[in-house]
Write a new protein. Structure first.
Length: 276
């Protein structure tokens, strides 16, 4: 593999909110350093099922995970499994769901909060569990801390595929709704932290993609088929993508696109065409 890819997933970020609130990402688009599309999320618009969709190229009805409560290890070929087969290494800074899906076992915070194991399905992991999350306590890590952890993995280990996942927009959207000021402010905070990380990653040779799993509605919920739930942003800090910016992109195309950027053949199960 000659190239490296970093995917940044901002959980619960609506497309329209990104365009209004994420001034640094939008400035990169205006300058020509990035391109922006609207991407259509698959159904149901629930986090764990779409984490699996993003990395397998399968819809939730195809891979079988339809809600967060049904979390189990993914059995489908994924970006993580294909990188491993190709002799590469992956790194994750994100919610513990990613370990449960792709890390080879159920998440145990005492064993898996930090992973440095080149033989593991995901060689480098820094996970957070959000244990104790409720209406009075969002238990969110600071955005700059997540970005610093992602940089630490990139700087020390240079994995071929690096995933950074932030839950805070989703959490604040549930608390303040997808139209609330607190939700918009959190999108701004995530954007500010990413503005300090993305240039570092690009300097180290990473092709950086930024998107969301799903959006958020006016009641502070998600799961259904409304535009505010299915339409998410897709920023690409590369010039290799062929699609016109007016085209609505298919979320299933993310996994084959990442593999194409890494120079890895996609498995037959990933039927959506890559965007390159």
């Amino acid at each position: 593999m000659m190239s490296k890819v970093c995917l940044i997933v901002i959980d619960g970020l609506r497309d329209d909110t990104a365009r209004v609130a994420c001034k640094h990402l939008m400035a990169a688009v205006a300058k020509g350093d990035a391109r922006l599309w609207t991407m259509e999320a698959c159904l149901p618009t629930i986090s764990a099922p779409l984490y699996e969709t993003i990395h397998t190229g399968l819809t939730p009805t195809e891979h079988g995970l339809l809600d967060n409560e049904g979390l189990r290890p993914s059995t489908s070929p994924s970006v993580f499994s294909e990188v491993k087969v190709a002799g590469g290494r992956s790194g994750v800074v994100g919610h513990s769901y990613f370990h449960s899906l792709f890390g080879g076992s159920e998440f145990d915070p005492f064993a898996h909060i930090e992973i440095n194991d080149v033989d593991a399905p995901i060689a480098y992991g820094r996970y957070y569990s959000m244990d104790g999350y409720d209406a009075d306590n969002s238990v969110q890590p600071a955005e700059i801390d997540l970005c610093a952890q992602a940089w630490m993995i990139a700087d020390r280990h240079a994995p071929d595929y690096l995933l950074l996942h932030s839950s805070s927009c989703d959490t604040l959207g549930h608390a303040h709704t997808g139209l609330g000021a607190g939700y918009v402010r959190q999108a701004q905070k995530v954007d500010t932290a990413l503005a300090k990380l993305i240039p570092r990653l690009i300097e180290r040779g990473y092709q950086v993609l930024v998107t969301a799993d799903h959006g958020m509605d006016e009641t502070g919920n998600h799961g259904g088929d409304a535009d505010c739930l299915r339409q998410v942003p897709f920023f690409a800090f590369i010039d290799k993508l062929k699609a016109n910016e007016t085209e609505m992109l298919d979320q299933r195309a993310l996994a084959p696109t990442i593999l194409a950027l890494l120079g890895i053949d996609r498995p037959a199960s990933m039927t959506a065409s890559p965007l390159v």
